[in-house]
Design a protein around this ligand. Structure first.
Ligand code: NCD
Length: 333
C-alpha cells in the first residue's frame, strides 16, 4: 500500500479535497483493484473493526459496494435499512446512530434524503469525543463523494491503468448532461473534475440547471482555476468531449413539474450514438446508475462496451470504497 499521510477523519464532501488526497485515493484504489483480481480477494487491514451501513434512503450499488468493500478488508459489517428499523417506531436519526455507536461501530457509512445528515452525525460523534468516522454515501442534493471518486478512478485508470493520477485529466473536456439540479453526483464530480484541471461542461434544460448553479462552485476553497461552463443545449457540451457523464432524472427529488415530456427530454438531452458523433472519436460514456433506459441514455448505447464505462464504474466502486475505508479506518488501529 502506498505510504501517505491521511489526516481526514470523516469523508463528507469533495469541496476541500486536495490533489494529494485525490492521488492517494487513486493509487490506493489501484492497489486494491489488484488485490481484487487475486484468487484470495481479502486483506486483514480492518480486522476487528465494525463498519455500519446506515442507509435511510434506497440504494442498490452504493450500499452493496460499501458492504463488499468492508468485507474484503476483513471488517465486520452491520446493515441498516430505515424501512425495517426502529425508526418506524419514532426513533430519531441521532439516537439510531448512537445505538450503533454503543455496539462498537468504528465507521458509519450514511445515506440520507436530506442534505447535511452525515455532517450532523459526524459533529455529534466529535462532540461525544468518540473516534467514530462518518462517510457520506449521498445526502440529498448535496454530495456523494465516493461516487465522485470512483468516477475519477474509472476515468484515470482508463487513461493510464498502471498509474492513475489526477493530472491525467488536465485539459480533457468532460460533459455532464441531465438532471444536474437534483444531483449530488454532479456536485461531487464538479469538485473533483475541476480540481483535476479538466474543462467541465454542464448541459440541461434551464429548469434542471439554473443560472445561479455555478455560483455555488465559484467560492474556490483551494484557489484552483476551475473551468466550469453551463449550457442549456446539449451540442456545445458534447462537441469534442472526451467523456460524457449522463444523469438520471431524479423524479423523487422534483417538487414541481419541470419537463414537458420524457420523449421530448430524450430527444433533446438523451445521449445516443448519433449525438456522440459530436464528441471525440474515442469518447466514453459514464452513468452513476440507476439508469432509466431510453430516457437519459439510449438502451443500446448503455450496453455497448465500445462506449459505456457503466459496468467499469460499478467495479471501480469496490476498490475506491476499500481505499476510503482503509484511510479512515487505519487511523483507529
Ligand atoms: C446516485 C445517487 O443515489 O445519488 N446513484 C448512486 O449512488 N450510484 C444517482 C441517482 O440516484 O440517480
Amino acid at each position: 500500500m502506498p505510504t501517505t499521510t491521511w489526516n481526514r477523519h470523516h469523508i463528507l464532501s469533495l469541496s476541500d479535497f486536495t490533489t494529494v488526497e485525490y492521488d492517494a485515493v487513486l493509487q490506493t484504489a489501484a492497489s486494491f483493484q489488484e488485490v481484487l483480481s487475486r484468487r484470495t480477494k481479502k486483506v486483514p487491514t480492518l480486522q476487528g473493526q465494525v463498519v455500519a451501513n446506515l442507509f435511510f434512503e434506497p440504494s442498490t450499488r452504493t450500499r452493496s459496494s460499501f458492504e463488499i468493500a468492508a468485507k474484503r478488508l476483513s471488517a465486520d459489517t452491520l446493515n441498516f435499512a430505515a424501512a425495517t428499523s426502529s425508526m418506524t417506531k419514532g426513533e430519531t436519526i441521532l439516537d439510531t446512530a448512537k445505538t450503533y455507536l454503543a455496539m462498537g461501530t468504528d465507521i458509519m457509512v450514511i445515506r440520507h434524503r436530506e442534505a447535511g445528515v452525515p455532517n450532523a452525525i459526524a459533529q455529534e460523534m466529535d462532540r461525544l469525543g468518540v473516534k467514530v468516522s462518518v462517510l457520506n454515501a449521498g445526502d440529498g442534493q448535496h454530495e456523494h463523494p465516493s461516487q465522485g471518486l470512483l468516477d475519477l478512478f474509472t476515468i484515470c485508470t482508463l487513461l493510464d491503468p498502471a498509474n492513475p493520477r489526477i493530472e491525467l485529466l488536465k485539459g480533457k473536456k468532460i460533459a455532464i448532461v441531465g438532471d444536474i439540479l437534483h444531483s449530488r453526483v454532479a456536485r461531487s464530480n464538479i469538485w473533483s473534475l475541476t480540481a483535476s484541471g479538466a474543462q467541465v461542461h454542464l448541459a440541461a434544460p434551464p429548469t434542471l440547471l439554473p443560472k445561479i448553479f455555478a455560483e455555488y462552485f465559484s467560492e474556490d476553497a483551494t484557489s484552483l482555476n476551475r473551468q466550469l461552463f453551463l449550457h442549456w443545449e446539449v451540442e456545445p457540451a458534447l462537441r469534442d468531449a472526451d467523456f460524457v457523464m449522463t444523469l438520471r432524472l431524479q423524479k423523487e427529488r422534483m417538487t414541481a413539474h419541470l419537463l414537458p415530456s420524457l420523449r421530448e427530454y430524450h430527444q433533446l438531452f438523451g445521449i445516443t450514438r448519433n449525438k456522440l458523433r459530436l464528441c471525440k472519436p474515442n469518447v466514453k460514456v459514464l452513468h452513476p446508475g440507476p439508469v432509466n433506459r431510453g430516457v437519459e441514455i439510449s438502451s443500446d448505447l448503455m450496453d455497448d462496451p465500445e462506449f459505456s464505462l457503466i459496468q467499469a464504474q460499478v467495479t471501480s466502486g469496490v476498490a475506491v470504497r476499500m481505499a476510503l475505508l482503509y484511510f479512515i479506518g487505519s487511523g483507529k488501529l
